[in-house]
Write a protein that binds this ligand. Structure first.
Ligand SMILES: [Zn+2]
Length: 91
């Protein structure tokens, strides 16, 4: 499996993340009182070349994510490309 950071074919087998260090992705819901969909990455692979640590959901979480996919709302606006400075602005 290829590392998405350095591109080397050097990812480890799947390992368990320590239960106190699970990474949880939380999305928004339209209403404030609605429970937020959240998905914990319980596993990780490590790149032998660059040391990148890549978290992965397990199959149950992936199934739940697939069910919620069309209802997920980003927690922040998508980043916009930087606008170039206008000619009249001081440099
Ligand atoms: Zn790497």
């Amino acid at each position: 499996m290829r590392c998405p950071v350095c591109g080397e074919e050097s990812l480890s087998p799947l390992a368990d993340l320590d239960a106190s260090n699970w990474l949880v992705a939380r999305f928004k819901r339209p209403g404030l009182l609605e429970s937020r969909p959240s998905f914990a990455a319980l596993h990780a692979r490590v790149c032998r070349s660059c040391g990148a640590l890549l978290p992965f959901l397990d199959q149950k979480q992936r199934d739940e994510l697939a069910e919620e996919w069309d209802t997920l709302i980003p927690v922040a606006p998508d980043p916009k490309p930087e606008t170039p400075p206008s000619p009249e602005s001081p440099s």
